[in-house]
Design a protein around this ligand. Structure first.
Ligand code: MRU
Length: 369
C-alpha cells in the first residue's frame, strides 16, 4: 500500500501551512482526482453539506478541523470567543444530520477548549484535539482491520473452494475515513496477508458511492472485485456467492441498531434469509451511547430530488448529468436506513467484535454504560 498522500489519506494539513486543510473532492472521483483546500469553518460546513467529503468518520475529522479553523477565526472577530465558537459549532452540527461522528467531534473540541483561559491556549487545544482525532481514527481503523481479518480467516477455514466472497454497500473505505476505512480495513489486511478474497461492490444509488469510490479504492489496491447493481445482492446470496456482508455505520445505538446508507437494511434482510453473516465495522465514534432505539430515534437525512432524477457520469471529456425520470414525478430521497440489531451478526470495533446488543456493546465499552 505505497500510495501518494492523497491516495492513502483522504484529509491532510498543508505541509507549508497547517491552517489549510486539504481534502479530495469526492464528487469528482473516480474520473478526476482533485484536491480542495479548506481555509475557514464555513468552507468546512459547505464541504460536508455538498458531499465534497462524506462518510461518517471523515465527516467527524473534517468537523474537528473546522472547529480548529473557527478558533483561529475567532481571534480576528470582535464578538466574544464563546459566542463565535458556539455559532461555528452549531453551523457544523447542522451540516448533516445522520452520522453521529459529527456531534462527537464537535463536542470533543468544545470540551478541549472549555477549560483553557487564554485565546492561544484555546487555539492550541483545538489544534491538538483535531490531531488526536485524526490519529485515533487511523488507529481505530487498523484495529478494526485486524479483528475483521481474524473473522475472514475463520470463515475461510470452512470453505471448500477457498475463496471468500465479501459483499459491501456504499463506501466505508479509506475515503470515508482518514485511511484504511472501516469495512475495507479487514479487506486491505486480508489482501496484504494473501487471503483469496473477492468483493461484490454495490453501485449504491443515488450517488453511486460503491462504483465511484469503493471500486476506485479497490482498483488502486488491486483487490479483486466485481461491480453489481443494488438489486443483485439477494440473488447472489441465494446462489451461495456471498460468504459475508460487511458494511460501515453512520450511527449505532446502544441496543445495536445501525443507520447506514440507504439499502443496507435490504442487504441485511437478504443475508438473514440466506444464513449469511452480516457484520458492521465501525469505530466507537460512530456509537451514540445516548440513544436507545435506532428505528425510532435516528434522524434520517432527506436529500435533493435531483439526486434521484438525474444520473451523473463521465462522457470522456467531463462529467455530464442526464435526467432518467419524468420531469413532473415527485421524489422521495432518504439517504439512510436503519438495520435492526436482530439482523446483525456482530459489530467490529477498535476494541474487538461484539454482539449487536446492549450487553455486547457494554462488554467492550463498559465506561459508557
Ligand atoms: O452519504 P454518505 O456517503 O456520507 O454515506 C456514507 C455511508 O453510509 C457509509 O457507509 C458510512 O458513513 C460508513 S463510513 C466508514
Amino acid at each position: 500500500m505505497n500510495l501518494p498522500a492523497y491516495y492513502s489519506q483522504s484529509i491532510w494539513q498543508d505541509t507549508n501551512n497547517p491552517d489549510i486543510i486539504n481534502v479530495l473532492d469526492q464528487r469528482k472521483l473516480p474520473h478526476l482526482v482533485e484536491v480542495i483546500q479548506l481555509k475557514t469553518h464555513q468552507e468546512v460546513v459547505q464541504a460536508i453539506q455538498e458531499m465534497v467529503v462524506r462518510g461518517a468518520p471523515l465527516i467527524g475529522v473534517c468537523a474537528a478541523y473546522g472547529m480548529y479553523l473557527a478558533a483561529k477565526e475567532a481571534a480576528k472577530e470582535s464578538t466574544s470567543f464563546e459566542v463565535f465558537i458556539n455559532k461555528a459549532a452549531a453551523a457544523l452540527l447542522a451540516s448533516r444530520p445522520t452520522a453521529v461522528n459529527l456531534a462527537w467531534a464537535i463536542h470533543k473540541q468544545l470540551s478541549a477548549m472549555s477549560d483553557k483561559d487564554t485565546l492561544s491556549d484555546k487555539i492550541k487545544a483545538a489544534y491538538d484535539c483535531a490531531q488526536n482525532i485524526v490519529d485515533e481514527d487511523v488507529e481505530n481503523c487498523k484495529a478494526i482491520g485486524k479483528f475483521g481479518l481474524g473473522l475472514f480467516k475463520n470463515l475461510l477455514k470452512n470453505k471448500a473452494d477457498k475463496q471468500l466472497n465479501i459483499l459491501t454497500h456504499c463506501n466505508a473505505g479509506r475515503l470515508a475515513c482518514v485511511s484504511y476505512g472501516t469495512a475495507t480495513a479487514p479487506i486491505y489486511y486480508a489482501q496484504e496477508a494473501g487471503l483469496p478474497i473477492h468483493i461484490w461492490v454495490d453501485e449504491t444509488r443515488p450517488r453511486n458511492q460503491g462504483f465511484n469510490l469503493t471500486a476506485w479504492e479497490l482498483s488502486l489496491a488491486k483487490v479483486p472485485h466485481s461491480l453489481i447493481v443494488d438489486n443483485a445482492g439477494g440473488h447472489l446470496m441465494q446462489h451461495k456467492k456471498v460468504d459475508i456482508v460487511i458494511v460501515g455505520a453512520d450511527r449505532i445505538t446502544k441496543n445495536g441498531d445501525v443507520a447506514n446508507k440507504i439499502g443496507t437494511y435490504l442487504k441485511a434482510l437478504a443475508a438473514a434469509d440466506n444464513n449469511i453473516p452480516f457484520y458492521v465495522a465501525a469505530p466507537s465514534s460512530s456509537i451514540d451511547f445516548n440513544m436507545e432505539n435506532g428505528i425510532e430515534n435516528i434522524p434520517i437525512e432527506e436529500r435533493s430530488a435531483d439526486e434521484v432524477k438525474y444520473i451523473t457520469g463521465w462522457d470522456g471529456t467531463g462529467d455530464i448529468s442526464v435526467r432518467i425520470a419524468p420531469v413532473d414525478s415527485p421524489v422521495s430521497n432518504y439517504g439512510f436506513d436503519v438495520t435492526p440489531a436482530r439482523l446483525i451478526s456482530g459489530i467490529i470495533t477498535e476494541r474487538g467484535i461484539c454482539a449487536a446488543t446492549k450487553e455486547g456493546l457494554c462488554s467492550l465499552f463498559p465506561e459508557k454504560f
